[in-house]
Design a protein around this ligand. Structure first.
Ligand SMILES: NC(=O)c1ccc[n+]([C@@H]2O[C@H](COP(=O)([O-])OP(=O)(O)OC[C@H]3O[C@@H](n4cnc5c(N)ncnc54)[C@H](O)[C@@H]3O)[C@@H](O)[C@H]2O)c1
Length: 332
């Protein structure tokens, strides 16, 4: 019998839909924010894949008595009520490590763009003003600079490697939870004290996960601890940096420039001061959505759903305890 996977929004790459079909699982796309439409589709579904920011609540799960597995679209899990899924015996999976290459590359791009005033150059070359303003322009090299990385996971460690090997940077890292062996192979110098690290950085790059501990971890005091003229980039999560403090530090001139792929909220309100600050280079949370990563994420989701519907435990379960629990919906 054909099984059914509801896809709340299409997957990032149609290859995921094809893989599901090849495994005998019919993908049914609900391309609407309307939870009622999703509930109607879920009646006889075996799996649900959900794209951020759509939210899977207990109420939605209750419309799906045959649901075995819910898959996120990426790493983030805050749009799924995991305790509610666990209570109902539904397995939840996410996808780890797919940001490593694209987000590390993007972070290097933001660093270079800040040091070389990329967006100013683009605008000024187009309107012709560049030619009278070029004299006295301050652009810098990344080569040999000291870069501090906050968070040395998949992305932070790849970034450390790229900065050391391609740009001969001195790389410092703050991550109280990192595996010591991983830190050693990246060649980053681990710093147990964030403020002591900041004092040595020409550039600060954020690569930590968002937790209660990391929310707003870079605020007025941390920005002040950076040397004058430092640049700050963030392609991790917007809430890691206090954006009002960043705007003030840029306006005072203490921070030279900032490169932000992520902000909070997304999008920023149209009248937010940072949007008017010419020292900020923005990208719209696109660091992780390369064609390559999109395809890999869709394949990972299709494979994990297929594995779960065969009754096997997929590689990245968030609540593995449900699999052998009395309420488990595991196919046997
Ligand atoms: N912009 C994008 O498109 C995009 C795409 C993928 C991932 N991300 C974000 O990038 C970040 C890193 O992702 P990852 O795949 O490397 O995740 P990861 O889990 O491999 O790494 C996160 C690291 O943060 C560290 N950390 C936790 N608490 C910390 C603290 N208090 N101080 C310093 N470090 C701390 C962890 O120990 C871990 O090493 C995450 O915030 C993720 O959401 C962004």
């Amino acid at each position: 019998m054909t099984m059914k996977a509801v896809l709340w929004r299409p997957m990032y790459d149609p290859g995921g839909h094809d893989l599901l079909r090849a495994a005998g699982i019919e993908p049914v796309v609900v391309d609407s924010p309307d939870a009622e439409q999703v509930k109607a589709a879920l009646g006889n579904a075996n799996a649900l894949w959900v794209r951020t920011p759509e939210r899977v609540t207990a109420d939605i799960m209750d419309a799906a008595p045959g649901l075995t597995v819910i898959s996120t679209s990426g790493f983030g899990t805050d749009n799924i009520d995991i305790p509610a899924a666990t209570e109902r015996g539904i397995l939840v999976v996410n996808h780890l490590g797919f940001g490593r290459t694209p987000v590390a590359e993007h972070t290097v791009m933001l660093l270079l763009a800040c040091l070389k005033q990329l967006t100013w150059g683009d605008r000024a070359a187009r309107d012709g003003s560049a030619w009278s303003q070029r004299q006295g322009l301050q652009v810098y090299e990344l080569e040999g600079r000291t870069v501090g990385i906050v968070g040395l996971g998949y992305i932070g460690s790849e970034l450390a490697k790229k900065l050391r090997l391609a740009f001969n940077c001195r790389v410092l890292a703050f991550d109280p939870y990192v595996n010591a062996r991983l830190a050693l192979v990246t060649g980053a110098e681990m710093c147990p004290d964030l403020h002591a690290m900041l004092g040595q950085c020409d550039a600060l790059a954020m690569a930590a996960e968002l937790t209660d501990e990391t929310r707003n971890m870079i605020s007025t005091a941390e920005l002040a601890a950076l040397p004058e003229g430092a640049v700050v980039v963030n392609a991790a999560r917007g809430q890691l940096i206090d954006l009002n403090a960043l705007d003030a530090a840029l306006t005072s001139g203490h921070i030279r420039a900032a490169g932000l792929d992520v902000v909070f909220p997304e999008p920023l309100p149209a009248d937010h001061a940072l949007l008017k600050n010419p020292k900020v280079i923005f990208t719209p949370h696109t660091a992780g959505v390369t064609q390559e990563a999109s395809k890999a994420l869709a394949i990972s989701a299709a494979e994990q759903i297929t594995t779960a519907l065969k009754g096997d435990l997929p590689p990245f379960p968030l609540n593995p305890e449900v699999w052998d629990s009395p309420q488990s919906r595991r196919p046997r």
